[in-house]
Design a protein around this ligand. Structure first.
Ligand SMILES: Cc1cc2nc3c(=O)[nH]c(=O)nc-3n(C[C@H](O)[C@H](O)[C@H](O)COP(=O)(O)OP(=O)(O)OC[C@H]3O[C@@H](n4cnc5c(N)ncnc54)[C@H](O)[C@@H]3O)c2cc1C
Ligand code: FES
Length: 509
């Protein structure tokens, strides 16, 4: 599994339950115990439904433990931009749903007395040096049209050491400790009658009047409806994966004396952008969390340098920060039109999905809980068509993004299949490193373990046949096409692939 440890993982014990051993029947089966899956399970239980949750690893083991957990109704893709795709009616749905998601997290925290450092704080958007601030006025107008109240342009962000120039201030944003929230939510789900099985991966969800879910270890679940909340849907081969693209993003955490950095979220408009918040650490210190340096998954090999660049960026602006204590990375799924895909899996009757976080998965995951609960309970929801997974990229901007992401996939496929691999000299491969080499027509993912033995797998991703790339920071194989990830021994860390890289007989014992 991934090597780096986020501040959330370091400050919250992982929670796991027993795995599924027998065939079971239930009303709703939720797959994936991240924020999307557990929020959906919790809200369905509140409706009196019988719910089972299946998770391949442990609670929050996917991207929810690797997030930075800004809770915003500001839009990562900018209301001024997504209005060009969805119109004013669309941005009003986006703003209303993200606002409702923060409010729902706040309500759950209050109702269930969850200790997870939740607080309401302002957010600030600013431009990098040399860029015109006009874009802030444009965003202010669009976000106001979207229905967000109380926005204002201020002279700079409230940090003495960092003169950003003008910034757009969003009131009433939020932040929390995502794993403390999620692990408590899991306990509550169990306490009110929900069942959670961890260490249980699904292989298939077969739609029908009753949905059949097959697990890797054999037992099956039969349910009236299934919700696949595996971050990227493992039950879908093509439809969704052509409309979203996997990006890796990086974060560092550095202690800083309390009071040096305000309680606020900040993010800029550089490409790729930076995002900043704090998290209470101890009596005297907060942790300053700085993220950014995004790139398409499997398409960069300078992961460590990206953390260094993040640190240099932060140190120049926040010189009071102490040495870096945490470094981590994770994946976000960028959709072609800025909205997540939440609703019925295209072409199916009783299988639902929640995916396409677009870097806003804390709120999109909570929106999934609210929207899917309505859909499953047969209620109208005015957000449904905006988030419909069957929607097509119809506006010019979305079509261009759709074309460029899919041309990129085609290019990666061709380039890798006609190359000699990353670095053909396996003899010089250091311990705990990997590389891809060509042997005749075969592309081989070679990993030298900590004892010096070579582990060899086919480098062909079992999803749709692209060639995986070594990620030396996380010590995993990343697929550049749709984001499947495999550990050094070829086991699936995340989909859409559901089967491991094929082990080759040349592997040394
Ligand atoms: C560095 C970073 C910073 C981010 N910052 C923000 C932010 O500030 N604000 C924000 O809103 N979002 C942010 N995001 C995005 C957000 O963290 C994610 O979108 C969100 O956590 C995804 O939640 P999820 O429940 O959809 O998926 P996950 O948390 O990935 O949960 C999916 C679960 O499904 C399980 N699973 C996978 N396959 C199977 C299978 N076959 N069978 C059973 N279980 C399976 C996984 O183990 C996992 O636990 C950030 C992400 C990263 C990486
Ligand atoms: S994730 Fe689709 S080919 Fe690898």
């Amino acid at each position: 599994m991934e090597k780096t440890v986020s501040v959330w993982m370091a400050t919250c014990e992982p929670v796991a339950y027993a795995g599924l051993t027998d065939n079971i029947e239930t009303d709703i089966c939720v797959v994936g115990a991240g924020i999307a899956g557990l929020t959906t399970a919790y809200l369905l239980l509140k409706e009196g439904r019988k719910v089972v949750v299946i998770e391949s690893r442990h609670i929050g083991a996917g991207q929810t433990q690797r997030t930075t957990a800004h809770l915003v109704n500001a839009h990562d893709d900018f209301y001024s931009e997504i209005e060009k795709i969805h119109g004013e009616a669309g941005i009003r749905v986006a703003a209303e749903s993200h606002t409702a998601a923060i409010a729902r997290i706040e309500k759950i925290v209050q109702d269930e007395q969850i200790v997870c450092d939740f607080r309401r704080i302002p957010g600030y958007l600013f431009c990098p040096p040399g860029q015109s601030n006009d874009i802030l006025d444009k965003e202010l107008d669009a976000a106001t049209r979207a229905g967000i109240a109380g926005l204002e342009i201020v002279g700079r962000v409230p940090v003495a050491s960092f003169d950003t120039g003008k910034a757009l201030r969003y009131p009433n944003q939020g932040e929390f400790h995502p794993l403390k929230y999620l692990t408590r939510l899991a306990e509550i789900i169990q306490a009110v009658g929900g069942k959670i099985y961890t260490g249980t991966a699904i292989k298939k969800a077969k739609d029908g009047a009753r949905v059949t879910i097959e697990t890797e270890n054999g037992p099956k679940i039969t349910a009236n409806a299934a919700v696949i909340a595996t971050n990227t849907p493992v039950n879908d081969m093509y439809a969704i994966h052509t409309k979203q693209a996997p990006y890796l993003t990086y974060a560092i955490g550095c202690p800083i004396a309390k009071g040096t950095f305000p309680s606020a979220l900040m993010w800029d408009m550089e490409s790729p952008y930076h995002y900043v918040r704090t998290q209470p650490l101890n009596e005297n210190q907060d942790l300053l969390i700085v993220g950014g340096e995004d790139h398409k998954a499997g398409q960069a090999d300078d992961q460590e340098a990206r953390h260094d660049r993040l640190e240099a960026w932060a140190r120049e602006r926040f010189p009071a920060m102490e040495p870096v204590k945490y470094r981590w990375s994770g994946m976000v799924m960028e959709t072609t039109d800025g909205g997540a895909f939440i609703g019925k899996n295209p072409g199916e009757k009783n299988v639902y999905i929640a995916t396409g976080d677009s870097g806003m998965g804390m709120t999109h995951g909570t929106i999934a809980g609210l929207l899917l609960t309505d859909l499953i309970c047969g209620r109208e929801n005015s957000w449904a068509s905006f988030y419909d997974p069957s929607r097509k990229p119809i506006a010019g901007k979305a079509i261009r993004k759709f074309m460029s992401e899919n041309m990129n996939v085609g290019w990666e496929y061709l380039k890798d299949w006609t190359s000699f691999g990353d670095r053909p000299d396996v003899e010089h491969l250091e311990n705990d490193q990997g590389t891809v080499v060509r042997r005749g027509f075969q592309m081989v993912a070679v990993y030298r373990n900590s004892k010096g033995n070579l582990h060899e797998h086919s480098a062909v991703c079992p999803h749709l046949g692209c060639i995986v790339h070594w990620n030396n920071l996380e010590k995993v194989w990343d697929c550049p096409c749709h984001g499947s990830r495999f550990d050094a021994d070829g086991k699936v860390c995340c989909g859409p692939a559901i089967s491991p890289l094929k082990l080759l007989p040349t592997t040394e014992k």
